[in-house]
Design a protein around this ligand. Structure first.
Ligand code: HEM
Length: 214
């Protein structure tokens, strides 16, 4: 099996997800440094709260849903946390779509974030329906796509400091990032699914063990 996602890469992804999720929660009480372009978004109230509460919770839960220990030992916890993840993605996605419409960087940023929101809602809804239908291999594939999109929050925050240092005016770089933060993630997920169709990410369960745990 080709090792696309090694254990150290998986650990790094988990740590970055937790850091981004926990720091994002500052937008709920609005304490600490807040991005001025985001606070100028005309749909910030009430959609930023809806967006951050749901999206950050999905980002917090997502990595643990892939862990062998949780899925093998506590299948009920996997199902319960899975429902919270789906609700988080839907709330985050609806809030994200509204924020996309008000993005101060203009229509290109609106298109990038808007398409991300649509793709996030679609992949997550399909993943949830496949689990309910007991179609576990398809559930796994759609969840990998959904989580690759949830990780847009991490990749966006890796690109932002690079954009601030780069040659382009920040607003132009930001428009590009509205696409760059998720399209490569989705392509990587597709490459993973293509190269290792039955494999689970490092440290997680194979579909047959996951199904047996249900
Ligand atoms: C994957 C689908 C997502 C979409 C469509 C989306 C969309 C957006 C949009 C449009 C904005 C406002 C940008 C602006 O006004 O210029 C925003 C801001 C924000 N989003 Fe998301 N987002 C997504 C995922 C996430 C996730 C998973 C998190 C979890 C941490 C998150 C946390 C935030 C935070 C904290 C802000 C406020 C500003 C900042 O710190 O960058 N988003 N999002």
């Amino acid at each position: 099996m080709p090792k696309i996602l090694t254990r150290p890469a998986w650990m790094l992804m988990m740590i970055l997800s937790l850091l981004v999720a926990l720091t994002a929660y500052r937008y709920l009480p609005r304490i600490g440094p807040l991005a001025t372009n985001v606070m100028a978004n005309r749909f910030v109230d009430p959609f930023l709260f809806l967006h951050v509460a749901g999206a950050a919770t999905a980002l917090l839960i997502g990595p643990f849903q892939m862990l062998a220990g949780v899925r093998a030992r506590w299948p009920r916890a996997h199902r319960l946390l899975g429902r919270v993840y789906v609700l988080g993605c839907l709330s985050g996605g609806i809030g994200g779509l509204a924020l996309a419409l008000g993005a101060t960087a203009g229509p290109v940023a609106t298109a990038g974030f808007g398409l991300l929101g649509v793709a996030w809602i679609l992949t997550t809804t399909l993943a949830w329906r496949r689990a309910v239908q007991g179609r576990i291999a398809e559930h796994r594939a759609w969840m990998i796509r959904s989580f690759a999109l949830t990780l847009a929050a991490v990749t966006l925050r890796l690109y932002l400091p690079l954009a601030a240092m780069g040659p382009l005016p920040f607003v132009e770089a930001y428009r590009a990032i509205a696409f760059l933060c998720w399209v490569p993630n989705l392509l990587l997920a597709e490459a993973w699914l293509f190269a290792a169709p039955g494999a689970a990410p490092s440290g997680s369960l194979s579909p047959s063990r996951a199904a047996a745990g249900r």
